[in-house]
Design a protein around this ligand. Structure first.
Ligand code: ITT
Length: 197
């Protein structure tokens, strides 16, 4: 089975491709010749994920999925959350976003946070959602040069390294995205063995 992955984020594509094996294959928006900035107008990850997959399903008529991810920090009442990509402005610069988070967390003792990924799958016109959560802590300064987004300031529970100090395979052992994708894979395997209702 081939699904269109409705994202413009090449890092997400790399992480997801590294986990797919021969379960199913994906084509990216770029590979499908689609060049649009998909809107994210809603105030929940669930609604934004649905918006992205629906827009691409309407454009292509093909089975597809999207994902929306947020970093939710306890001491900031869940911020940056759904605003994670644009926390420091519409330019969506990861380094500026990290600077803002570190500033707001300055002196804060409670550094608990989690990443949450919501995948929205549209299969034969019907929508399904899968959620993956990765709990961890926010560092007081950046560490590592790998990964993307907030990876330099996030250490998952059970690890000693920041995500930005891990290669993709190691990040996948902990990550929100890997957990959500695993559920998608299980669902698609089951869907392949029975007729869809
Ligand atoms: P698409 O909407 O095109 O998929 P995006 O980059 O805009 O790509 P999101 O709307 O999901 O993605 O934005 C979430 C932001 O959160 C993203 O820009 C990153 O800065 C950050 N982020 C997402 N996943 C992350 C991860 O695994 N590690 C670190 N930061 C992450």
């Amino acid at each position: 089975m081939t699904l269109v992955f409705a994202t413009n984020n090449e890092n997400k594509v790399k992480e997801i491709r590294s986990m797919l094996g021969d379960h199913f294959s994906i084509i990216t928006l770029k590979e499908a010749g689609i060049d649009i900035d998909i809107p994210e107008p809603h105030d929940t990850l669930e609604d934004n994920a649905r918006e992205k997959s629906s827009v691409i399903y309407e454009m292509t008529g093909k089975n597809c999925f999207s994902e929306d991810t947020g970093l939710e920090i306890d001491a900031l009442n869940g911020a940056p959350g759904v605003l994670s990509a644009r926390y420091a402005g519409e330019q969506k610069l990861a380094d500026d976003n990290i600077t803002r988070v570190l500033h707001e967390m300055d002196g804060q003792e409670n550094r608990q946070a989690h990443f949450r990924t919501v995948i929205s799958l549209i299969l034969n016109g019907k929508e399904y959602q899968f959620t993956g959560v990765c709990p961890g802590t926010i560092l007081t300064e950046r560490r590592g040069g790998k990964g993307f987004g907030y990876d330099p300031i996030f250490v998952p529970i059970g690890a000693k390294k920041a995500f930005a100090e891990m290669d993709i395979a190691e990040k996948n052992q902990y990550s929100h995205r890997a957990k959500a994708l695993q559920q998608l894979i299980t669902f698609l395997k089951e869907a392949a063995t029975k007729p869809l209702s």
